[in-house]
Design a protein around this ligand. Structure first.
Ligand code: HEC
Length: 118
């Protein structure tokens, strides 16, 4: 019985978590005006969770590139790797195709606004 409660709690937390993440993106999709200040959390993280984390999470990340947290994401951005990849027509990230311009702009704005965490 206790196990079931744990499982159900875990599912509830996961659903809540994904709902929150998606809400940030949905708000932006409906009204893609740049935020006053682009921050890692919620903006950059929401884009990564939707489009990158499947391949660049903690476990066996593609090309060894981890984008699951602030420090690693900032590092990949400061090297220029991340912006080059998301804006690369020939070999875009995600590999399925370039993201909409407003999502790519969020990464650039995050840089311009000084890599704020939250
Ligand atoms: C379907 C899996 C997949 C997704 C989704 C994905 N990547 Fe990648 N990524 C890869 C693979 C595979 C490589 C290594 C091969 C290559 O560079 O094409 C890579 C390489 C990279 C590199 C290194 C490129 C270089 O030249 O060193 C960066 C940075 C990167 N990805 C960022 C991202 C970002 C940011 C996103 C989301 C916007 C993303 N990736 C989404 C699979 C993925």
């Amino acid at each position: 019985m206790k196990n079931w409660i744990s499982v159900i709690s875990l599912i509830a937390v996961s659903v809540l978590y994904f709902n929150c993440t998606n809400t940030v993106l949905e708000d932006l999709e409906n009204n893609p005006t740049p935020p006053d200040v682009a921050k890692y959390n919620p903006h950059v993280k929401a884009v990564i969770d939707a489009h990158c984390i499947n391949c660049h999470g903690d476990t066996n990340p593609s090309a060894g590139i981890v984008l699951s947290n602030y420090n690693d994401t900032r590092f990949q951005t400061e090297t220029g790797n991340l912006l080059n990849s998301v804006n690369n027509d020939a070999n875009p990230m995600p590999p399925s195709g370039l993201l909409p311009q407003w999502e790519r702009d969020l990464f650039q704005q995050w840089v311009d606004d000084g890599y704020q965490e939250n």
